[in-house]
Design a protein. Sequence first.
Length: 270
Amino acid sequence: MARKIVKLPSLSRVTPGSKATLELPIGPTYENILFTASGTGLTTAAFKRIDVLLDGKVVQTYKNLDRLIAINSYYNRSTDSASQFMLHFFRGELMDVVYRRAPGIGTSDVQTFHIEIELDSAAPSDIAMEAHATVDPEPQPLGVFFKVREYPHSAAVAGQVEIDKLPRGAFYGAIHLFKSDVSAVEVELDQVKVIDATKSVLERMQKSATPVARVPQTASATHIDMMLEGDVAQAFKTDSVRDFRVKMTLDTAGATDIVTETLDTLQGVG
């Protein structure tokens, strides 16, 4: 069925220091949502935490708009800014149209679907927002989609740091380590080393990805991308492993935001 580009209902509570909320109509399948914003002196700093909720459960979260922009930029998507930014559910980097459409947010079997955007107290006093979406009007159940979660981690010392508390059960498509100086990464599944590479090696592979070359955000992050051939089957399956750990080499001590993208269901653990 032909896609539609539709204007969504007005956002509520679009005022500095509040949480702007978009309640999406139930029925269609959502491929993306485009937000348009305006305001005197508007910058990305106006937009703090962004949450996507299905049936009241947070399924995607971004620390702020800059984080969303960084991830969109990594996947070579259209340019975002403070005045226009997009949430992508359709995944153009996957290898065929079936895979690309599959993570769309079907809503025929959910009760609520809404997005919350925390606005900074210093946001422009005249800030305004509206939203549009590309939808497939054919009703479809939610099914499997990409969850996006953030796990903050702090290291008191430099050197290799081991993370063994990431949730098991989902398919891991990508892990983004948001710290500027993560210089090397190892990933082990049941004590089998499946990734062992420096940041520069990872980035070279990512720039050669197909069908969509990645754009590593080298100044702010190191990326672990399991689907460089656009094949969902290459995601790390963790439901049957007993041990899943990521080892990252930090050139300096400090905080790392670990952002995971997992293929999962609403009831899943990813």
